[in-house]
Ligand binder design. Structure first.
Ligand SMILES: [Zn+2]
Length: 116
């Protein structure tokens, strides 16, 4: 019975043999296993809250999740992107209504001044 030899893992940078369990190359220190982003519920909440409060940064954090191969991380990343977009729309609408309110106030003040 033949045993198919598993190719020994090598460092992508210096091509030295490494153990499959190694996180860093023992020769050059290259990160062999980039740590995947946390998909725990606490980390998700932090991501969503961060996306809602700091819309541009949410995209960067979401990107880390979207790059992952597993579906769960992709869904989390997508949710963060959607939250970021909603947040940007809400901020835009608040800004527009605020500007309109200020304009109305200024207009009323001006009308009052003109009357007296
Ligand atoms: Zn190496």
């Amino acid at each position: 019975m033949d045993v198919i030899p598993v190719p020994a893992p090598v460092c992508p940078k210096c091509h030295q043999a490494v153990e499959s369990t190694d996180f860093f190359c023992r020769n050059c220190g290259t990160n062999l296993k980039a740590k995947p982003p946390d998909t725990a519920i606490g980390a998700q909440l932090m991501l969503y809250i961060g996306s809602a409060l700091l819309p541009p940064l949410g995209i960067i954090w979401a990107w880390r999740y979207l790059r992952q191969a597993d579906t769960k991380s992709k869904i989390i990343g997508l949710a963060a992107v959607i939250i970021t977009i909603i947040e940007l729309v809400v901020i835009a609408q608040i800004s527009v209504s605020l500007i309109n309110t200020v304009n109305e106030q200024v207009y009323k003040q001006t009308q009052n001044l003109l009357q007296y």
